[in-house]
Design a protein around this ligand. Structure first.
Ligand SMILES: *Cc1c(COP(=O)(O)O)cnc(C)c1O
Length: 231
């Protein structure tokens, strides 16, 4: 099997999973696939684009910036899904079409400046933590901090608030975590009706995420294969 055939077969399987979950949930709306290409080369991104992928996700600034430059001729939207440093935020806005990992106020100004320099509005999702309060959590704003972050994005000329992103905590039933996420989303949409996107679900839990209303799933290993353990 060539790499292209492998990616095509995996994409077909993942798209069928998304479709089955969407149908089972009785949803009429669309669920978009963001293929997470971190650790994999630009050559894979190119094959994915040929296979109809339009959204790709990356979680490290240097790697993402280099790959986006190598693939500048392709019609792709880059989703930045990783931890952000405030001194890199403006640079991320230089290539990302969507930043999914805004989790603190400090990042807003840099993202806005980067989007202004690029001359294109930047779509932003607020990353919310689904870990129990007090847990040494991985990333994401506490649910109570989401309204202030949303206001700060709305107040930024070059940013467009589009919704929320979350990762289900390890060691918990993802359906329970995504149910909490759906509540946070319902509150956000009351104040910001256009911020109705929900990025949730990865290779292992996309089915539960779609059942809980995800409009974007972020899938890496189920399409590209397992990532190297260390880098
Ligand atoms: C790596 C990553 C993914 C994809 O994970 P897989 O389990 O490989 O599908 C999704 N979201 C985020 C935030 C990630 O860092």
């Amino acid at each position: 099997m060539t790499r292209r055939e492998e990616l095509e077969a995996n994409l077909t399987r993942v798209r069928a999973r998304i479709e089955a979950a969407r149908a089972a949930a009785g949803r009429q709306d669309q669920v978009d696939l963001v293929v997470v290409t971190k650790f994999f080369p630009a050559a894979d991104v190119r094959l994915l684009a040929e296979l109809g992928v339009r959204r790709v996700g990356e979680n490290r600034h240097q790697e993402a910036e280099a790959k986006a430059a190598e693939c500048a001729d392709l019609d792709l939207v880059w989703h930045y899904i990783g931890g952000l440093q405030s001194n890199k935020a403006a640079a991320v806005a230089g290539y990302a079409g969507v930043v999914e990992s805004l989790d603190r106020l400090k990042l807003v100004r840099g993202l806005d400046r980067g989007a202004a320099e690029r001359g294109t509005p930047l779509e932003v999702l607020v990353q919310v933590s689904l870990d129990p309060p007090g847990a040494g959590h991985r990333a994401g704003a506490e649910p109570d901090d989401v309204p202030a972050l949303a206001e700060a994005v709305e107040a930024s000329e070059h940013l467009r608030l589009r919704g929320l992103m979350a990762v289900a905590p390890l060691g918990e039933d993802p359906a329970a975590a995504f149910a909490r996420l759906a509540e946070v989303r319902a509150r956000l949409v009351q104040d910001h009706p256009h911020a109705d996107r929900l990025s949730a679900g990865m290779s292992g839990d996309l089915d539960e995420a779609v059942a809980a209303g995800a409009t974007h799933v972020r899938v890496g290993s189920a399409i590209l294969g397992s990532r190297p353990a260390v880098r």
